[in-house]
Design a protein around this ligand. Structure first.
Ligand SMILES: CC(C)(COP(=O)(O)OP(=O)(O)OC[C@H]1O[C@@H](n2cnc3c(N)ncnc32)[C@H](O)[C@@H]1OP(=O)(O)O)[C@@H](O)C(=O)NCCC(=O)NCCS
Length: 188
């Protein structure tokens, strides 16, 4: 069985977990996204963030970039909400087979004010489960070998360490880094 999203409207899809609502980004998320993305941890581990990260970048992200994959049917990028407030972001991408042999992949960040409560693990687990529910065989993620917090998140979310992929991460300063590849299979 392959991933099949026939009949799913990704533009509005919402995934719920025990404590979280994973929903489309909205224009009023821009302020929280802007504040979260000033964090040095974001700057260090998320190589695609513009530098400096401006209020306009946040507005473009919540209104355009985060909706693009949903509109194309390739990704489910979600705002992670807990108790009515935005606490992070989590997405599952390459839903259209663009991930090649490895299949769809998950990515996440948690706002500095909401870290250490297991939100990223719960969100990553929830989005992987969502993809398995539509037939994905496997879901993977990459974490820099030095990003211990992200590796902890991956393990808490049920992913297994599969190996190290050398020099696959490209950072803004031209540096390349090794990543741990984590995978989860549909059957657990
Ligand atoms: C990685 C990240 C998403 C974790 O968010 P979170 O919601 O706090 O994650 P969780 O609460 O689910 O778990 C984090 C675990 O890592 C641990 N941790 C946090 N920072 C750590 C660090 N610098 N070194 C070692 N462990 C760390 C936490 O203590 C926690 O484990 P614990 O429950 O045993 O205490 C967050 O730090 C972040 O957004 N970082 C910047 C972006 C990023 O790295 N994204 C992932 C790219 S692959």
């Amino acid at each position: 069985m392959a991933l099949d999203l026939t009949g799913v409207d990704l533009t509005t899809a919402v995934v719920r977990t025990a404590r979280l609502v994973l929903r489309p980004f909205r224009p009023d998320d821009a302020d929280a996204v802007f504040r979260a993305c000033q964090d040095p941890g974001h700057r260090r581990w998320l190589p695609n963030l513009p530098e400096p990260y401006t209020r306009a970048d946040a507005e473009e992200f919540v209104t355009v970039a985060a909706a693009r994959g949903r509109a194309r049917g390739t990704a489910l990028d979600t705002a992670v909400e807990a108790g009515g407030g935005l606490v992070g972001a989590c997405g599952v991408r390459h839903l259209d087979g663009g991930g090649g042999l490895l299949g769809p992949d998950v990515g996440y960040w948690t706002a500095p004010w909401a870290r250490g409560r297991g939100y990223a693990s719960e969100a990553a687990r929830g989005l992987a489960d969502w993809a398995f529910g539509y037939g994905a065989e496997r879901v993977h993620l990459f974490a820099d070998v030095d990003n211990v917090a992200s590796q902890t998140v991956a393990e808490r979310a049920g992913f297994t360490r599969e190996g190290v992929v050398r020099r696959c991460l490209a950072y803004r300063d031209g540096r390349r880094a090794d990543a741990v590849l984590f995978g989860r299979l549909r059957e657990g």
